[in-house]
Structure formats: structure tokens, C-alpha cells
Design a protein around this ligand. Structure first.
Ligand code: ATP
Length: 407
């Protein structure tokens, strides 16, 4: 059977993955076999999410009726029902639901009615609390088919420590990253000297290590020194896979979906108030604004070097009429040049313009020429892929250390 759960937490505490990790232990205690624990991230632009729009799924051998009872009881025990935005959903099905629903949930928006219709057709056991919105994520989780997958080990705190400041040895995090990158990533951001894998929210997670396989995340985890730890769970995930991206074209982008879009830089990047950098790309007579926000730190230095005529692929979510860049490919660089009056070939003095379209004249010897002095501006950029730093990477964005996209 597959068990899907979503929407059990609030900004004040809890985390659906923690509830899932506790569930795994309760199922095992009942002699069920948990074959996979999966953490799926869904459309990152859903505004009613608590944090990272995650849902969990478990592939389990055992009695579905009993598993449903245990899952629902655990949601009632641990979910933060006090928060208006916490609307849990639990689903148990005997086989995978149509993966098209997962595809839609990770790239677009779904309704509770769509989820319930699929669950009814599948003969699923399901329960939604309050407005039942969690059934969307729970259904997407049991519909998920991962073309590409990564691992994450989540190390949770002992319950008595929930809500208190975390203690994780900073040096050991940098050492773990150094020893295992690029097979693990986003433990720390070495360029910006920031720890990335330890949350600051009052949830049960102490830290999480992302990587290519259970072995790699485990290898990094074993190097990390910290406060006393509680339970730990290795998850199969769609994180770091770009599963949220759709092919898009300028002028045809829908709000709150995420795209990769080919275009030519149409306006020079400008730094706005707050340090956010903005420029436009165009294609087929349409233009679209691209943004590199302040939290993308050094990525903005790269963006500021773009000039009109550069061909790029802009990647990110289209929100409020802008593509919020997650990464960018510089396909080809324009060759901008500056022109100025040439030096006189007779007396080596700088000539002056003789009027628009009339060429240049030497004031000293009256020599004339039509050709200006043209100098190509040296570009420091190289074509290729560039990405935001780990501190501002979204869960679903595929880090370049995993390979460059083919578009
Ligand atoms: P948690 O740690 O609990 O998973 P979260 O940040 O993942 O926190 P949720 O509390 O799960 O956020 O809230 C997300 C809500 O949005 C859930 O009710 C989920 O069912 C719903 N949801 C997820 N994806 C979509 C989608 N594509 N369309 C509509 N609703 C969605």
C-alpha cells in the first residue's frame, strides 16, 4: 500500500516529515515493512504552504485498514490543529494513483475536488481535516513518479528540545561538505560562509543533508557533531531535480508557475532599491522582466554583467510579471562596441564629428574620414550555466553540481 500525508504543521511548530518519521516507527512496531519513505516537494508558489510545500509518502507492506487507523491517530496526536492554515490529509491506497496528478501538483495548481475524485475512483481510504486541503498534497504524494530522485537525511531533535536554540557544530558542517561535495550539497554555502542545512524555525528538524544517495548523505551525516539527536530518517525525494519547471516562451507565461525561457537580453540590468537586480529579455516580439533578488547575493554580480543582445535561458518562477531567477544559461554573448572620433592619420590628433552622418574632421589639418574609431568592449563573462548560491536555492531547483540542464 501507499500512504500519503500532508499539511500537519504550522509556523509555530511540527513538520510533516517528522510526523512521517514517527509514523514509520509506529508501522514497524506493528510488524509492517516500510519499503520507502518519500518526501515530495510540490509547486513552490502555493501561497498557503507553511514552508517548503512538502508532502510525504510511504510504500508499506501490511494491513491497509490498520495503517490508516495508525496514520489518522498520529495526525490527531501531532498535527498543529490550532493554526488556521493547517488542514491535514491522510490517504491510503493499494497502488499508485495517476502520476498526472503529481505532475500537476508539482508544476501547477490542483483542487481538493480533483484529489477526492481520483481517490474515490481508486477506492482509497482517506480522511481530510478542517478544509481538507491536505488531501491535495497527500494524493500527489501517492501519485508521485520520480523520473529523477535524490536523498535527504533529516535528523530531528529530541522532543524536549523543540523550540529551543539549536546547537550544531559549524566546523563539522563545513568539513562534511568539503568531504562529500558534489555528492552532497547545500549543507553550507562556502562562498558566503553560511550554514544552510540547520533551520531557524521552531520545528523538530535539527539539520538535513541532501545528496545523491542514502550512502552519501549518511557519509556526510556521520561527520556532524551536534546536541543530542532524536530520530533520523533517510528520505527519497524530488528535491534538486527541477521537477517544477515547464518550458515557457516570453509573452505566454502564467503566474505562479515555474519555467525555463529562451530570450535575448533587451535592457541593461538595473539595481533597484534593496539591491534587487532587474533586466528584460525578449523573444518573438514579447518581453519579460527577470529578477535577481538581494538574497541571491553574488549571483547578482553575474547578472549585472549582462548587456542587451546576450542570448540567455532564464529559469525560475513567474510571479508578479517577473521571472525570479533560480539559474541562468548564457547561451551567447553580444559583442558590444564603443565608437568615438578616430585619430587623424596625418597629425595623430583626435578628430571631431563633422555632423550627423558626415564623418569626422581634423581641426588641425582639415583631413576627413567617414570611419569612427570602434573598440569592442571586453566581456568578462563566459557562456554557460550560473546559479543562485545555496543560501537562496529552492528545494526543487537542481544544483549545477548534479549536471547542467539540456535546454
Ligand atoms: P509541511 O511541513 O506541513 O509539509 P508545507 O510548507 O509543506 O509544510 P503545508 O502546510 O503542507 O506546507 O501546506 C501546503 C498546502 O498546499 C497543503 O494543504 C497541500 O495539500 C496544498 N498544495 C500543495 N500543492 C498544491 C498545488 N499544486 N495546488 C493546490 N494546493 C496544493
Amino acid at each position: 500500500m501507499l500512504i500519503g500525508i500532508d499539511d500537519t504543521d504550522s509556523p509555530q511548530g511540527m513538520c510533516t516529515t517528522y510526523l512521517g518519521a514517527v509514523l514509520v516507527r509506529r508501522l514497524i512496531r506493528e510488524h509492517m515493512q516500510v519499503k520507502e519513505a518519500r518526501l515530495v516537494r510540490l509547486n513552490p508558489n502555493v501561497t498557503w504552504k507553511t514552508r517548503g510545500n512538502a508532502a510525504v509518502m510511504f510504500d508499506v507492506e501490511g494491513d491497509p485498514g490498520r495503517a490508516f487507523e495508525i496514520s489518522c491517530a498520529l495526525v490527531e496526536e501531532l498535527a498543529d490543529f490550532s493554526c488556521e492554515n493547517t488542514n491535514p490529509g491522510v490517504v491510503v491506497v493499494d497502488r499508485q494513483i495517476d502520476p498526472a496528478f503529481y505532475q500537476k501538483a508539482v508544476t501547477d495548481f490542483c483542487t481538493t475536488e480533483e484529489a477526492v475524485a481520483l481517490l474515490d475512483v481508486a477506492g482509497a481510504r482517506y480522511k481530510g481535516w478542517k478544509n481538507r486541503r491536505g488531501l491535495i498534497g497527500a494524493t500527489a504524494a501517492v501519485a508521485s513518479e520520480l523520473a529523477d530522485k535524490t536523498s535527504e537525511i533529516l535528523v530531528y531533535r529530541v522532543p524536549s528540545a523543540f523550540g529551543t536554540p539549536r546547537s550544531v557544530d559549524r566546523e563539522s558542517l563545513f568539513a562534511a561538505e568539503a568531504a562529500t561535495f558534489p555528492h552532497t550539497w547545500d549543507t553550507v554555502d562556502p562562498v558566503n560562509d553560511v550554514v544552510v542545512c540547520v533551520p531557524h524555525t521552531p520545528d523538530p528538524v535539527l539539520f538535513g543533508i541532501r545528496g545523491e544517495s542514502p550512502q552519501w548523505v549518511m557519509a556526510a551525516r556521520q561527520q556532524i557533531r551536534s546536541e543530542k539527536t532524536g530520530i533520523e530518517q533517510i528520505w527519497v525525494t524530488n528535491q534538486g531535480t527541477d521537477a517544477h519547471l515547464l518550458p515557457g516562451t516570453c509573452g505566454h507565461l502564467a503566474g505562479n508557475l515555474s519555467y525555463y525561457v529562451h530570450g535575448t537580453v533587451a535592457s541593461a540590468p538595473e539595481t533597484k532599491e534593496g539591491g534587487h537586480v532587474s533586466f528584460a529579455i525578449q523573444d518573438g516580439g514579447f518581453s519579460v522582466r527577470c529578477m535577481a533578488y538581494e538574497p541571491t547575493k553574488n549571483f547578482r554580480q553575474l547578472i549585472r554583467q549582462l548587456v542587451p543582445g546576450d542570448k540567455v535561458v532564464a529559469v525560475g518562477s513567474f510571479k508578479k510579471e517577473s521571472i525570479n531567477l533560480e539559474k541562468i544559461r548564457i547561451v551567447s554573448l553580444a559583442r558590444p562596441a564603443i565608437t568615438r572620433p578616430p585619430l587623424c592619420s596625418a597629425c595623430n590628433k583626435r578628430m571631431t564629428s563633422d555632423g550627423r552622418g558626415k564623418g569626422y574632421k581634423c581641426k588641425k589639418c582639415d583631413a576627413r574620414t567617414l570611419e569612427p574609431d570602434t573598440q569592442e568592449i571586453v566581456r568578462m563573462l563566459e557562456p554557460g550555466w550560473y546559479e543562485v548560491p545555496p543560501t537562496s536555492r529552492r528545494h526543487l531547483a537542481k544544483p549545477l553540481c548534479r549536471g547542467e540542464p539540456g535546454w
